[in-house]
Write a protein that binds this ligand. Structure first.
Ligand code: ADP
Ligand code: ADP
Length: 226
């Protein structure tokens, strides 16, 4: 069971104002938590602090029973999918997807099976030999998701992972992500400003404004209450 807890977490990039202020949230195993709110309200900053890509100014981040403020990103056992899909340009799609397992010395045949499984789910089997430069934005995004789901981390962190897809593919990927969450039985923390994504995917919606949490509740409560 993994649990991610943020306690009074604050972030200031400069002395004048806080990007995130007094952020308190307990994320339980298997939740699909969605951060929503207007541009600049602190969604990405919060996700990046959980990932360890941004230093926490004050407060505490706990992952499982460990205080993680100063734990290196690679030691947090989280998988990330960000908008600017961090694919290795010199590697094939196959090797991009296999990389996280290769560095963990997973046996080759096991890696091969996992790559092909994930590629089938995402409909990118025919792209395995290409390099990222030979892919469309939507294809790259699917490869990034494929790379992230190769192993089962404590949690997936996703920042607008579907933003670059056309409407049809986005709708299809929403279904895939919901299915993935169900099948993997894992925690997902997800940033979007797409209300349909939030409503259909989230088990809990965290509404942010000006660095604060305005409301955190089930989608039904957030979107159906006047
Ligand atoms: P969101 O993801 O909700 O759009 P961000 O977390 O990106 O919001 O930004 C929150 C606030 O922090 C904004 O006021 C933004 O301008 C500021 N901010 C974000 N990144 C940086 C940075 N690297 N340096 C300075 N300010 C930043
Ligand atoms: P073989 O020698 O039998 O081809 P490989 O390990 O090269 O064994 O390939 C097995 C499967 O994994 C094939 O389906 C192949 O497409 C895929 N594969 C392995 N490595 C790569 C790679 N670097 N790029 C693309 N596909 C790969």
């Amino acid at each position: 069971m993994s649990e991610i807890t943020l306690r009074n977490v604050c972030k200031s990039y400069d002395k004048e104002h806080y990007a995130v202020k007094d952020f308190n949230l307990e994320i339980h195993d298997n939740e699909f938590v969605i951060f929503v709110g207007p541009s600049g309200c602190g969604k990405s900053t919060t996700l990046r602090m959980i990932a360890g890509l941004e230093e926490i100014t004050s407060g505490e981040l706990w992952i499982d029973k460990q205080l993680c403020n100063y734990v290196e990103p690679k030691d947090r056992d989280l998988s990330m999918v960000f908008q600017n899909y961090a694919l290795y340009p010199q590697m094939t799609v196959y090797d991009n997807m296999a990389f996280a397992l290769q560095i963990r010395k997973v046996p080759k045949n096991e890696i091969d099976q996992k790559v092909h499984e994930a590629a089938a789910i995402l409909g990118i089997e025919s792209l395995l030999k290409r390099r990222p430069g030979q892919l469309s934005g939507g294809q790259k995004q699917r490869v990034a998701i494929g790379s992230a789901i190769m192993r089962k981390p404590k949690a997936f962190l996703m920042d607008e992972p579907l933003s670059n897809l056309d409407a049809k593919l986005r709708a299809q990927m929403r279904v895939e992500l919901a299915d993935l969450h169900k099948r993997l039985g894992t925690t997902i923390i997800y940033v979007t400003h797409d209300q349909t994504e939030a409503m259909t995917l989230g088990t809990r919606i965290v509404v942010m404004k000006d660095g604060f949490i305005r409301q955190a509740d089930a989608p039904r409560t957030i979107y159906e209450d006047p």
